[in-house]
Write a protein that binds this ligand. Structure first.
Ligand code: ATP
Length: 146
């Protein structure tokens, strides 16, 4: 067989309300529970839970970034399917809203410190991760444009 020099991965990213991304890419990075996962063409199949954070993909010499909230990803050798609760491109992120969400979550965490409100604390922790992830993605994209 001819040598494959331009292997691609077909990536689809969906939320409950929209198809966010459907692209052929050279590489993908996913925010897995245990840390970021770098996926290249030919990767072994796996199913992983995602935490809120940054999903990036490379096309040509450009790397694009998106925020993804918690969900799941299925990796096949030439296909990655990502199902998440919410996702935004950097230009869609309202940074002030994310900062307000971060402050609310931090306040809730301070109040929930006692231990009896464990569920509230877990929820606040998740909201904090989403807010920080959004701010990070928005700021990173701004830095890359400079
Ligand atoms: P908030 O408390 O500000 O609503 P949240 O983390 O609870 O934040 P999500 O439940 O993750 O919000 O998302 C709900 C909807 O709002 C999704 O459609 C998501 O894309 C959108 N969204 C949330 N935060 C932002 C933001 N800072 N900028 C743009 N869209 C956002």
């Amino acid at each position: 067989m001819a040598e494959e020099t331009t292997e691609r991965i077909h990536v689809e990213l969906v939320t409950p309300d929209k198809l966010v991304l459907r692209e052929e890419v050279l590489a993908v990075s996913l925010p897995g529970r245990e840390g970021y996962l770098g996926i290249l063409p030919g990767h072994a199949p796996l199913l992983t839970e995602l935490k809120p954070g940054q999903l990036s993909y490379t096309q040509g010499s450009l790397t694009h970034y998106l925020f993804v909230s918690g969900g799941f990803a299925e990796v096949q050798p030439h296909r990655v399917t990502v199902l998440v609760e919410a996702s935004e491109r950097p230009e869609e992120i309202d940074v002030e809203r994310a900062k307000r969400a971060q402050q609310r979550a931090e306040e809730r965490l301070r109040k929930a410190g006692g231990g009896e409100a464990e569920i509230d604390a877990l929820r606040a922790q998740a909201a904090l991760q989403r807010a920080m992830g959004r701010v990070e993605v928005a700021q990173r994209a701004r830095q890359e444009q400079v």
